[in-house]
Design a binder for this molecule. Structure first.
Ligand code: ASP
Length: 434
């Protein structure tokens, strides 16, 4: 079996084992001591430990990978103007796709009306946390200490430092070239480490999913079915519809092939619910399978993983309409426009880790005068939806990277069309213009 088949197998098996344990453990079919043992040693013990180690080892790769590959990418672009253009295009496209995502969410939620007739008594406890202000978010992009930025995993700060150093290397003449070739070698080694980790992914993914479903009753979906399926519909429409159209129209590439090439990061995103932890896998797939040159991918992927969250924006849209309907509050046109604006900002400010999208929803609700306690209505199904929206977040990063690379002549179409991506081999450095 190839890696993708093993990953999908692990997800299915994890789901089956988790759902089985979820039914069997509380049902009292087994002796109580045995049930407690299963839950303590197997689910919270073995599965949780291996799952957490797996996510930690993915995160381990993020800072070295972003720093080294972006530095190599910037250095190989060779001119500050190119870097500026690339940044402008990527940020513009990221905002544009996020705007489309929220609009899709608002339209679907208004049509489906998932919150009408909701029983508000299902609300549970939820403590409202403050979202960071826009000013703090902007200032925090700029590092005052590169080592602290790396130690704290502040990806935007690491991006700024890597670009600065990359530009200096590009302008550094012979010294610059020497350093660049050292970092190119380091880049290949780090990509090798990512590949080694990916071989262990099926075990990690199995444990993550089994632990999750052992604790999560699927029954919760039933009470919130309209909300759940409205969200899934909006996510699918955006992912399969909007992304496919954009790819076709702006690059002429086959969307089906694109999603096939992105299947590994999307599966990782689904299993971990963290686009940050998935980033090494996304970067590898965007370069190796989709065929985006390192100079583009090493910038667009980490940036996208940090600021581009279309799936999260869809959450903000659907959830806001849902909560308004549940509380019988009418949202006017102005409020809808406000949702589009604040949800874009909220999704940019959302950290790429599980569950943060829901915290940022507070900001959107406050802006349009809805009670933040409404979040307690949807918290029960959020983990499952988080998995789905994180897969969309990651796919969006891939789409924008491909469009930007295509427009810069830095997309390798042969690599994109290669049937068996595993045969295509690794590409740590540039693939060159097509
Ligand atoms: N889990 C999401 C991500 O990491 C963020 C969120 O929507 O909660 O991309």
């Amino acid at each position: 079996m190839n890696l993708t088949q093993r990953i999908v197998g692990a997800m299915v098996l994890g789901l089956a084992v988790g759902a089985f344990l979820n039914v069997v453990i509380p049902a009292g079919l087994l002796p109580q001591a045995f049930s407690e043992g299963l839950s303590f040693y197997l689910v919270d013990g073995l599965f949780d430990t291996i799952g957490q180690i797996f996510v930690r080892s993915l995160k381990l790769m993020v800072v070295p990978l972003v720093f080294v590959s972006l530095l190599c990418g910037t250095a190989s672009l060779g001119s500050d103007a190119k870097m500026g253009r690339l940044a402008g295009k990527s940020i513009g496209l990221y905002m544009f796709t996020t705007g489309l995502a929220i609009s899709t969410a608002l339209i679907i939620a208004t049509l489906v009306q998932p919150g009408v007739g909701i029983d508000l008594a299902v609300a549970s406890e939820f403590t409202v946390k403050d979202a960071p202000s826009l000013k703090t978010t902007i200032i925090n992009i700029f590092p005052s200490n590169p080592v602290a930025a790396m130690a704290e995993g502040q990806i935007l700060q690491v991006i700024v430092f890597a670009i600065l150093m990359g530009i200096a290397i590009a302008n550094g003449g012979e010294t610059g070239q020497r350093i660049a070739s050292f970092f190119d070698d380091l880049n290949s080694i780090i990509m090798k480490m990512v590949m080694l980790l990916m071989q262990l992914a099926p075990i990690g993914i199995f444990c993550l999913i089994a632990k999750l479903f052992a604790g999560l009753g699927i029954g919760v979906i039933v009470s919130l079915a309209a909300y759940f399926f409205a969200m899934v519909a909006a996510l699918m429409l955006h992912c399969l519809g909007t992304y496919s159209l954009l790819l076709r129209a702006l690059t002429g590439l086959s969307p089906l092939r694109f999603f096939a090439n992105m299947r590994e990061p999307m599966a990782f995103a689904f299993s971990t619910a963290s686009s940050g932890a998935t980033m090494p896998v996304t970067l590898r797939a965007v370069k190796n399978n989709v065929g985006v040159d390192n100079s583009v991918a090493s910038f667009t992927v980490p940036l996208g993983a940090t600021v581009n969250m279309d799936g999260t924006a869809i959450l903000q849209g659907v959830a806001t309409v849902f909560i308004a309907q549940a509380y019988n509050i009418d949202l006017g046109v102005e409020a809808y426009l406000m949702v589009i604006l604040t949800a874009t900002l909220a999704s940019i400010g959302t950290a790429a880790v599980p569950g943060v999208g829901l915290v940022m929803l507070v900001m959107v609700l406050n802006q349009v005068g809805l009670p933040a306690e409404g979040i307690s209505l949807i918290i029960g199904v959020d983990r499952l939806l988080d998995m789905c929206r994180t897969a969309v977040n990651v796919a969006g990063d891939g789409v924008v990277s491909t469009i930007v690379a295509h427009s810069e002549g830095l997309h390798d179409r042969d690599r994109f069309h290669r049937e068996n991506v595993e045969e295509a081999g690794e590409t740590a450095g540039s693939v060159g213009p097509n």
